[in-house]
Write a protein that binds this ligand. Structure first.
Ligand code: HEM
Length: 141
C-alpha cells in the first residue's frame, strides 16, 4: 500500500456486512467464554456433553470407531445449543438497536407519531420477568 493512503474496507476485500457479522460473532464467543469461566458447573456439563458426543477430540483411539465418528454431529449437542442461545439472551452482543417510525401508530396505550426515534433494548427485554419469569436474571442453559 502506498504511504499516506487511507486503509479502506475495499483494501481488505471486506464489506460492511462482513465486518458486522465478524464483530457480533466474535463478541458473542467472547461473552460465552466469559460466562463459562464464571460458571464452572455449566462449563463442566458442557464439557461432559462434548466428550460424550465427540470423544475423538480427546481420545485418539476413538478416531478408529467409524460409528462414533458418524454420530459426532454438532446438532446432537442439545446442551451446547441451549448454552449458545442462553448466552445470547443473557448478554446480547448487540444490546440495543434503533428505528425511526415512518407513520403515526399506537404502541400499547402510547401514541407514537411518525418520525419518532425508538430504542429497542434487547439487553433489558431479554431479562424481563413477564417473558422469562423469575429466572430471567440468572443464566440457566
Ligand atoms: C452471534 C452472531 C450474530 C449476532 C448476535 C447478530 C445480530 C444481528 C442483529 C441484532 C441484527 C439486526 C440489527 C438491526 O437491524 O438493528 C443483525 C442483522 C444482520 N445480520 Fe447479524 N448477527 C450475527 C451474525 C451474523 C452473521 C454471521 C451474518 C452473516 C454471515 C449476519 C448477517 C446479518 C445481516 C445481513 C443483517 C441485516 C438483516 C436485515 O436488515 O435485513 N449476522 N444481526
Amino acid at each position: 500500500m502506498e504511504p499516506g493512503k487511507r486503509l479502506t474496507l475495499n483494501c481488505l476485500g471486506m464489506n460492511a456486512n462482513q465486518v458486522g457479522s465478524h464483530d457480533t460473532t466474535a463478541t458473542s464467543v467472547a461473552w460465552s467464554l466469559y460466562l463459562l469461566s464464571k460458571y464452572p458447573a455449566i462449563q463442566e456439563k458442557l464439557r461432559a456433553e462434548i466428550r460424550e458426543h465427540s470423544l475423538f477430540r480427546f481420545d485418539p483411539s476413538a478416531r478408529e470407531n467409524q460409528q462414533r465418528l458418524e454420530n459426532a454431529d454438532a446438532d446432537q449437542l442439545p446442551y451446547l445449543d441451549n448454552f449458545c442461545r442462553e448466552s445470547l439472551r443473557y448478554i446480547p452482543s448487540i444490546p440495543t438497536t434503533v428505528r425511526q417510525s415512518i407513520v403515526d401508530d399506537k404502541l400499547g396505550e402510547y401514541m407514537v407519531p411518525a418520525g419518532t426515534t425508538i430504542y429497542i433494548l434487547a439487553n433489558a427485554i431479554n431479562r424481563l420477568p413477564q417473558y422469562w419469569g423469575t429466572h430471567g436474571r440468572r443464566i440457566q442453559p
